[in-house]
Design a protein around this ligand. Sequence first.
Ligand code: BGC
Length: 386
Amino acid sequence: MQNRSMKMLGVSAALVLGLTACSGGGAGSDGGDDAGGGDAAPEDMTVGVAMPTQTYERWLNDGASVEEGLEELGYTADLQFADDDIPTQQQQIDQMITQEYDALIIASIDGSALTSQLDAAAAADIPVISYDRLLTNSENVDFYVTFDNFAVGQEQANALLYGLGVFDENFEEADDAPEETLNVELFAGSLDDNNARFFWDGAMDVLEPYIEDGTLAVPSGQTTIEQAATQRWEQETAQERMENLLTSDYAGDEELHGVLSPADPLSRGIINALRSDGMGDTIEDGLPIVTGQDAEIASVSLIAEGVQHSTIFKDTRNLADEAVSAADAFLNGEEPEANDTESYDNGSAVIPSYLLPVEMILEENYEEILVESDFYTEEQVESGQQ
Ligand code: BGC
């Protein structure tokens, strides 16, 4: 990092001295190819884009938007998905480095599994932008673009409490809150994804006082992130855990009122389990309140039908724009602009970050936020397909 910043200072100095109209020096000024060649145009530069999986709709959208944004600026983009397989992602990035790409945008599977790739990228003066998920245990991460992940968790918990009637429509304690203790179960994401902890911590920041004062109970007793985690964010895993919880803790007349779910595919797995257990088809007829994240079309459709209670919208078009601008800045010998230089310590360094805001989606606002802004058409919401 320091090495690179110093080199970048060198590039800026060269620019000030008018030595070269540099457009390829973000990664340093001594590369053997276009990366840092100093005179390369975007047309001569390739940016590697490594995405984790195609099984989540969001990563497909992210990949497409990043690719499009890079191509609009004239860069070549090489977009790769890794099927949630760590060795595949490592190999893809190794190849991008061997092929002397000019910058890398990486959404990792396991944030800590790419340290040797990051070392190699630094040695080759290739700037690395960590995309959505933080790359950890390495100082060779130049920039991080993401959403306010702690706020995602807080909003999920706010939505849950609102759905349970503990909060009113202003997200303040409701005057007519239920008097009985409300039973909830908690789900978390994959522990190798740094975001999972931020989501969990944000959610628990809101929920804990209500668990402590008896407003909420967690009948399974599974209240740690380790107990609640869903390895690789897999839908089947969440569905199975929900089925097991129903068998072990709700077989008698114990009622379940709500489930904190950190991502839409997991929410749909959980809803499958609840519906199969006869808990109702819609919230109106008894289905527990289930939260979510990503505003995937299938889940927005369920929200419109009163089945899934809520989700969190993260406009990935804006995240892609931020990643592309950051890459473009590095490749022009500049530093991208951070709006958070404190929150994301990756174990080796605090990574300068750009955080984007998030929005809670409910049955009453999906049209305004998602349809009127042209994120989805009403037909897509009706069909549940993009
Ligand atoms: C992302 C979420 C996504 C999850 C599963 C997280 O890192 O921030 O948007 O739902 O991964 O893919």
